[in-house]
Design a protein around this ligand. Sequence first.
Ligand code: ADP
Ligand code: ZN
Ligand code: ZN
Length: 738
Amino acid sequence: MTQPTFIQVAVPSPLRQTFDYLAPPGSDVKQIKPGTRVQVPFGNRRMVGVIVGSSGTTDVPKDRIKPADKLLDELPLLDRDLVALYQWSADYYQYPLGQALQTSLPVQIRKGQPAAEHRRRMLRLTAAGKALDPAALKRAPRQLQVMQFLRDSAPMTTSQLGAAFETPLSGCLKGLAEKGLIEEFLADEEMPGARKSLYGEDAPLVLNKEQQFALSAIRKESGGFAAFLLEGITGSGKTEVYLQAIADSLESGKQVLVLVPEISLTPQTVRRFARRFNREIAVFHSALNDGERFNAWLRARNGKADIIIGTRSAIFTPLARPGLIIVDEEHDASYKQQDGFRYSGRDLAIFRARQLDIPVILGTATPSLESLHNALSGRYHYLQLTERAGNASHPDYRMLDLRGETITEGFAESLFSMMTSHLERGNQVLVFLNRRGFAPILLCRACGWIATCDRCDTSYTLHRHPHSLSCHHCESGRPVPVACPECGGKELAAMGMGTEKTEQTLRDMYPDIPVYRIDRDSTRTRDGLQNVLDKVDSGAPCILVGTQMLSKGHHFPNVTLVAVLDADAGLFSADFRGQEHMGQLLTQVAGRAGRGDTGGEVVIQTYNSTHPTLQSLVNDGYGPFARKLLDERRLGNLPPFNYMAVIRAEASTRQAPELFLRDIRQAAGEPAMGLSILGPMPASMEKRGGLFRMLMIVEASKRSAVQQYLARAITLMENHPQGRKLRWSVDVDPLDFI
Ligand code: ADP
Ligand code: ZN
Ligand code: ZN
């Protein structure tokens, strides 16, 4: 073997390769470890790269090879495992390694700053705060909540506190500081009390039989890699099982990485973790500033943080002593990045657990068909929780056939009477409609003109607050016309329903009952979501109307009736995952009902009550429904029974992407045995954001066949004369063909 002479460096460049350099002056290439950052000349600039290996040979001509400027770390910043994780993901998802690093490392790391923590400002109660009588804050419920939370948990930074409440707390904290109840201090290396005892304010619960069985199964495999699918209906106590598995890990001095779909929707989970454990939690959430993210990353890396909670990109967090990975709501689509580096955080969690030789738990009430298949085929341990923990009982499902019913603004008469009776009993009602805005269509009654987005193949959605037309695909908007631009007609009608209109309808129907809307528009404002959730948690009768945001995370113990206004929207999707997603969404929404002692009712409005898929879901539940879909996937030879990738191209003319992909397909030659190529064909929404979009689907029963074809196609696309002019991308294990 030749002696290493050159270092291989990943720099943030779109080229799918690493770059060779000589070691910086004065350093010995044999001493340089992968994972060390280095500053290198690149073109006529200086860049920060990460060393990923060394080699005795190079393709770069002798007179062109340059020395790197200098090493930026004394010890490798990324350990060998993390470098390997990045390399594997860049290969598997066919994305340039340097850019993969670029998109997921904290800014300071990318800029080459020293890997030393900034000192953190922490919050704690003052003596007066500790002695405070809660009644004194009766008129400031948020302040009281924060006080109680600070009392129950280890000291934390403002932003960690923000994560636990997921709302800007600056006003609230200022108020508390002015009253002398809380104070800031600069964190020392070790936080006081952090190592005292494992448990904080909340003690572990006594597990029921199923939970006990699940925990024992996890314990049995705790010595090495094992993957678990923990399938448990909402409220069955999955989180309690996580918490006790986490306790084992923490007790043996290990760290735990927890992935969640969206932290803003699950502040309760963060709070629950903080109350259970007297350990430092690093939360990666969207409200962190660069410095806080950097600190959290370093504290995970040097082992000061014991529990790391974050969304999909947290899978790339460095861990000093990893012990367990948990992926909560593993079915959630947000685990798959939908642009750029299109990795799946869930799938990488499996890879990383195997690499680190530790267990990984995938938890959900509605497993993805991929995970279910792995569980049924024995690749994952399959653990099920079928009973609700505590006293809560199962909801009753009922289909409400709309044919022949009198319908007012989307509500059947009989649905109104059910709602009324639940509200009269002092309960809360949740109305689900997965369409925000006032109405999806604005139509001219005289000539039939429909307001459509110029940039996309879709109609504008009419919004009332603020009054405007808005495209939900490219976010462009325009004022609402007073007359039809085609015929001048004055009668423009809002067709169909969105959540704004439904909210209006309910306000008119129930003038004495508060109606709260929860969707992306209503919660955009400061405090929006948390304020509504607080009001709902107070337990008084109310009606909640909202989109899929209602299906995530939050528990509504006093909701006893869930109404799904329009189940048909999801039934006829062209996408092969359409029915799976519909089943997950409806089940998750339904799972919000009756978490308290009262059992819930779920009513599903449909014009297709005999549709076999819907029947299976409603009558048999998600489990049998999902198995049926899995059989259909097997027959159709679709994932998870084969492997798939999509090559997309888009440009401002219709022809360009099509010709481009045709060239690539032709140049790539006949597909090998067992590989099939479909397309080029238009994406399911051909025009979006002003660009025409075409795609090609690559399918095979072997991953390697897909990978080989992609590698060939990418080389061809990089070298095609159009390759730099139009946009193209590769999506491995795609979620959709949009
Ligand atoms: P999931 O994560 O499956 O939705 P949780 O763990 O949040 O379920 O549990 C639902 C509710 O039941 C929570 O309020 C939790 O405190 C309670 N709970 C969970 N396990 C038990 C148990 N073994 N005994 C009593 N209550 C429990
Ligand atoms: Zn008209
Ligand atoms: Zn648009």
